[in-house]
Design a protein around this ligand. Sequence first.
Ligand SMILES: [Fe+2]
Length: 343
Amino acid sequence: MYQNEFYATNLYTKRVEVSNLKVGDVLTHDVYLRNGVLVAKAGMELTAKQVEKLKHLETKIVTLDLQNLYLKGISASKAIMETAAEGKPIKKESVTKLVTPFIDEVKREKNITKLLTILQSKDEYTYQHTVHIGLLSMTIGRWLGLEGNELHNLMLAGTLHDIGKSLIPLDILNKPGPLSGTEFAIMKQHPILGYEILNKSEDYEESIKLGVLQHHERVDGKGYPNGLVGNEIHLFARIIAIADVYHALTSDRVYKKRLNSYTALEYIYRNKDAFDSEIVMLFIEKMLTCLQSCSLILSNGMLGDVVLINNEYIASPLIKIKGKKEFIDLKVRRDVSICDIIY
Ligand SMILES: [Fe+2]
């Protein structure tokens, strides 16, 4: 048996070069000068002065504690949802404040799959989902070549995509199981409710509002609320739809266990007709590239690395077993499966 806790704990730390430190970063350990003077204390947010001092240290690598970033994101996201639930307008400024540290982290952390795993290692699904979709949408936007204000607006749309859920009754929102027909009809109102919440403020560009309104539309016309098809759906919504499904599949819920990233990507590939196929293919290719640097824990207890993937069978790659000359083709060995991914 592998030690899940060990990997989960390590996910929250990250080694960075001192030249990449930012104000607000939190270290996992105290840092002293040679003469014993303390420069920075573990667990405290770094000030501009400390960052400057640390950049001139002999030690070039320090370890960051990312829990802080996560917890801040959760509480800011909670506050925004609560404001919306009270019927008050949400200031664009407060959403920007929520997403900025994550945008910085995306720039520093090249492997988006690791950053996403950090976010989904805890509960509070609704709040982490918010931050997660903002991040993933922005990452897909970057892969598509979006930049500047457009990319920023996409991040905001992704972060706010489910804001309408703040007006859905909690017994429906948190129901630990499938919804009844009536409950689902109420739940399906959330994109419209989200659009209306954003309309209360003049801060939001139409692209952000359409991203929120249309994120459950599907290019094959089977989505809601308006059954739009293809490019009738705004680009932001077509991106958010993919991010949303990927996150839902890879998250633990009360009523279902999460899928590993490979199985989730295969699911999206098999359902690609519902999504923008160009974005789906780019998404799968880039996510698989990110996953290349990860190792796998198999159900037979062995550790391995993916050496070959076929798009039709993403969840069943060819795996080289660590420290051995042995290969396992999961397409053939149906008795073995992927248990977990080590980032
Ligand atoms: Fe939604």
